[in-house]
Design a protein around this ligand. Structure first.
Ligand code: UDX
Length: 438
């Protein structure tokens, strides 16, 4: 199948590469010349385990190409996936300008039937706008060419995106005509493995499914974060409570980990956007608004723990931070709790040294020289008043506590991800302050 993917960001690149892996002929379009140059030279603009191999293999095989040429990309694919960014507007609603610009480009240049698929996370009703934009462009040039619009939201997790794409729990397709459904079935047939994973539904339900999934997961996290804060007051251990409730199959263990708050490119943006959509329809999503509020507070929790111990004025204090990415296995720092923690410490006069196994370059881009950067996790510890853990990277999980203690000014670990058994840290002579733990 000839496929075009518009946008070579996270979703677009993973989609293009994984579809090429099954023998499709894929062209990826991006208007950012530097990105396309980089991809053509064998570089990958984002850090995602396994993505470089799969891109290189398919480029080599001639099944995956990159272009900035809109006419070429529109002419190529019978299916045109739109996977461009939908950044939040100032008011929290998703900005659709890139999605609609992509749709217009397709409408302007297409000469034969196309299925235009929204892959970006877009508010309910966007497919109708895409349809109208394409139809308007066709009408402007007096062309009468058939096309279908479909919604096919992605559920990729950063750090596990290839695995998620290749072995999906479900493939949600919102489509309203048989021709489009048949084409989508053909594309996704190899991903279905032993049983049917494709859920075909109307377009609006497909669009809402994506927001509902992220909103539900974010809700679980904020709920657990609030309970963790209560557990601290009650003298209970949230990790025991987590296991105690997770063992109920109706609840399950996933996404019950309390921590320093959720970040990333999806949860914060999608929660806001769904609240906003509800407002537009005269409703308030009370639960979801609270989810966002709780998360905002939770991102400052490590700073609160610091000020409770050292006071509001942190002049002359120095803190070591382990973990800058919003979660492990990515260099993505969008909406990362580390940014709130660092800002909070710096604003109170403290100095900060930070280390992350892969996000150092990204951190320097965002934070510049506001913080000191270590080359290793041990480098950042010298003379720090405490070690703050913000991301649960694997390499942080069995540290040399003796060496840490020798470098810190005082043996204090404030752990925003509950990495350790409190007894072990304390046996090593540390004060240990985690999230909701005894
Ligand atoms: C998420 C969804 O999981 C994915 O399906 C969707 O397509 C995009 O958004 P992602 O943002 O990559 O994926 O990360 P995810 O692993 O879901 O984590 C999101 C945030 O929640 C991270 O900051 C993480 O630290 C936090 N989190 C996750 C918790 O605090 N506790 C948990 O139990 C799980």
């Amino acid at each position: 199948m000839k496929i075009t993917v518009v946008g070579t960001g996270y979703v677009g690149l993973v989609t293009g590469a994984c579809l090429a892996e099954y023998g499709n002929d894929v062209v990826c379009l991006d208007l950012d010349q530097r990105k396309i140059d980089m991809l053509r030279a064998g570089g990958i603009p984002i850090f995602e385990p396994g993505l470089d191999d799969i891109v290189a293999r398919n480029v080599q095989a001639g099944r995956l190409r990159f272009t900035t040429d809109i006419n070429e990309s529109v002419a190529h694919g019978t299916v045109q996936f739109i996977a461009v960014g939908t950044p939040p507007d100032e008011d929290g609603s998703a900005d659709l300008q890139y999605v609609l610009a992509a749709a217009r480009n397709i409408g302007r240049a297409m000469t034969e039937y196309k299925v235009i698929v929204d892959k970006s996370t877009v508010p309910v009703g966007t497919a109708d706008k895409v349809k109208a934009a394409v139809a308007e462009e066709l009408e402007k040039r007096g062309a009468s060419i058939e096309f279908s619009v479909a919604s096919n939201p992605e559920f990729l997790k950063e750090g596990a995106a290839i695995e998620d794409f290749m072995r999906p729990d479900r493939i949600v397709v919102g489509a309203e005509d048989d021709r489009a459904i048949r084409i989508m079935r053909t594309i996704y047939q190899p991903f279905q493995r032993n049983h049917e994973r494709m859920l075909v539904m109307d377009i609006r339900s497909a669009e809402l499914t994506k927001y509902a999934a992220n909103a539900m997961l974010a809700t679980r996290i904020s709920f657990m974060n609030e309970l963790a804060n209560l557990a601290e007051k009650l003298g209970a251990d949230i990790e025991l409570v987590r296991k105690g409730i997770g063992s109920d199959p109706r609840i399950g263990y996933s996404f019950l980990y309390p921590g320093a708050g959720y970040g990333g490119s999806c949860f914060p943006k999608d929660v806001k956007a769904l609240c906003k959509t509800a407002n537009e329809y005269g409703m308030t999503l009370k639960v979801l608004e609270a989810v966002e509020e709780v998360n905002d507070t939770q991102k400052s929790l490590l700073v609160k723990k610091v000020t409770q111990r050292f006071g509001e004025d942190l002049k002359g204090r120095h803190f070591a931070i382990w973990g800058l990415a919003f979660k492990p296995k990515t260099d993505d720092m969008r909406e990362a709790p580390s940014l709130v923690v660092i800002d909070g410490l710096l604003a109170r006069g403290a100095t900060v040294s930070a280390f992350d196994p892969v996000a150092m370059h990204e951190a320097q881009r965002i934070l510049g020289d506001k913080v000191n950067y270590g080359k290793t996790l041990m480098d950042v510890l010298d003379n720090a008043d405490a070690l703050l853990i913000v991301t649960e990277w694997k390499e942080f999980q069995v540290p040399d506590f003796g060496a840490i203690k020798a470098r810190l000014k005082q043996p204090l670990v404030i752990d925003g991800r509950n990495l350790f058994d409190p007894a072990i840290v304390r046996d090593n002579g540390f004060e240990y302050d985690a999230i909701g733990r005894l």
